[in-house]
Design a protein around this ligand. Structure first.
Ligand SMILES: [Zn+2]
Ligand SMILES: [Zn+2]
Length: 497
């Protein structure tokens, strides 16, 4: 297996762990799930997801924020191109009356990876951020980035990559020849054929065999995303919603923990994308929704591009819609920032986070940030922790605690464990960095990295979403709005866009 400090094969680790069971012991109980191979369940008892809205959707949230009456849209000169991202930010020219003592504003102007090249595979796709622009709208200063294409990750495969690809539960049919055409050490350009039984992308006529069956190809996204130059701490709770909740420094969209679906389509037990979409991701652990390529957790190929090897506090990976920066998983040399969101213990009847009967998922927490407030009966039960569920792409998962959003609670006492623990929003403030989020992972017994809820932002923003935000709070959104048909690509996996 790969080394701890090599995040490039992170997804391999994730998926390998899905195969062999979660090894981590840092988080309460087992975090995540095993594949059905470890716990065979008759097909007749599988619970099927009835798709509502695929992994969201641009139609739910505007992809672009279009500030009106922009006084002075000034293109910023000399934006860096694939230069090293400063590990420490130096506040510069920060306007007075900064609500949050944070240097985020300055990095918002300079941290982006601005495009200068075209993807060799998606030949019409100029990649990364196209432009960074300072704007003032109604007295609020914003930094706006524009992207108009899709990313261009390059990934060098490891032996673990190959093992993971070939151990997909449905490898026999997912690949044209039953296994990947790659070998260890291959350089895979975004969109290059790795042997999947999938068609290319209508837009580019490229991407044949790159995408696992299920997700559609990404398409060019003409999007502008504006971030407040000076983040303001949130005064009310604001949950991250579906669609874009931020952007990585290469312009790729940041999505939250969910895929927009829930157990039996009842909006009670909401899917965790990192687990239930584990086989629906490309080699860079991304996929598209409505054409919008995005990540739901630790962006391993970006980590590689940024040279984040765990030798120091991680570099800046991106920004949340509230303007606060997101750093990689390392809090310091060889020290991971630690999420304090833990999985509920359904298996111990006396557990304060469980439902009183071993394995049963019949209750919800009254307050997910305070276990002492107890539980309340769920309007519909979720699967037991021994049951198997079938994902949208037809892969089986054992429903261990951790595959649904409602399986998590915030452990306030966790912060006593050390300085690297994070707050409710998955952030903290230290040194010259000001307030910032961290990408969170845990380290398994064998040293591998495993993504940890809430993965980076949230589940609530630490900051206030500004008027011109491309994101919005989803406080009243318990589940996706219905009712849409099963996406064609799921019933006909080869019919990629
Ligand atoms: Zn997704
Ligand atoms: Zn930090």
């Amino acid at each position: 297996m790969r080394s701890v400090t090599n995040p490039t094969a992170f997804h391999v680790v994730l998926l390998a762990l899905l195969l062999f069971g979660w090894l981590t012991s840092e988080v309460n109980v087992t975090q995540g799930q095993q594949l059905a191979k470890n716990a065979p369940t008759p097909a007749s008892s599988h619970s099927l997801y009835l798709p509502v809205v695929a992994d969201n959707p641009a139609q739910l949230l505007p992809a672009t924020a279009t500030p009106t009456a922009t006084p002075a849209a000034t293109a910023l000169p000399a934006t860096p191109t694939r230069t090293a991202i400063p590990a420490t930010a130096t506040p510069a020219a920060t306007p007075a009356a900064t609500p949050a003592a944070t240097p985020a504003g300055s990095t918002l102007l300079t941290a982006w990876i601005v495009s200068q090249q075209n993807s060799p595979i998606f030949t019409d796709a100029t990649v990364n951020v196209q432009q960074v622009t300072a704007k003032t709208v109604n007295g609020t200063a914003y930094v706006c980035i524009t992207t108009d294409k899709i990313p261009d990750y390059v990934h060098t495969t490891t032996a673990s990559d190959i093992a993971w690809l070939n151990s997909r539960p449905k490898a026999a049919t997912d690949f044209r020849s039953g296994q990947t055409t790659l070998s260890a050490g291959s350089q895979v350009i975004f969109g290059a054929d790795v042997g999947y039984r999938s068609l290319g992308c209508a837009q580019t006529d490229k991407g044949y065999g790159y995408w696992p069956p299920g997700p559609k190809c990404p398409t060019a996204q003409n999007a502008e995303r504006c971030f407040p130059l000076q983040p303001t701490p949130a005064s009310t709770s604001c949950k991250t919603g579906l669609g874009d909740i931020g952007a990585w420094v290469n312009g790729v969209a940041i999505f939250n923990w969910g895929d927009g679906f829930s157990y039996n389509n009842q909006s009670v037990w909401q899917n965790i994308a990192a687990t239930l979409e584990a086989y629906d991701l490309d080699l860079c652990v991304g996929h598209s929704a409505g054409g919008n390529y995005h990540h739901h957790f630790h962006p391993s190929c970006l980590a590689d591009q940024l040279g984040d090897d765990g030798s120091a506090h991680s570099p800046l990976y991106g920004f949340a819609a509230d303007g606060y920066p997101i750093y990689g998983p390392w809090q310091a040399a060889n020290t991971l920032a630690q999420s304090c969101w833990h999985t509920r213990d359904y298996d111990t009847p006396a557990s304060s986070s469980g439902c009183g009967s071993a394995g049963r998922r019949t209750c919800l927490l009254v307050d997910e940030t305070d276990l002492s407030k107890g539980t309340v009966a769920a309007s519909s039960a979720g699967p037991t922790t021994a049951q198997s569920v079938t994902s949208l792409s037809g892969n089986l998962f054992v429903a261990l605690s951790g595959i649904y959003r409602q399986d998590y609670y915030y452990d306030a006492s966790c912060t006593a464990e050390g300085g690297a623990t994070l707050d409710l929003h998955n952030g903290h403030s230290h040194d010259a960095l000001g307030y910032h989020y961290h990408v969170t992972v845990t380290r398994a017994a064998n040293g591998d990295l495993v993504p940890a809820f809430p993965y980076y932002i949230g589940p609530t923003y630490a900051g206030t979403l500004p008027a011109q935000s491309f994101a919005s709070c989803s406080n009243n959104q318990s589940g996706p709005p219905g009712p849409p048909p099963r996406p064609a690509e799921l019933t006909h996996p080869d019919t990629h866009e």
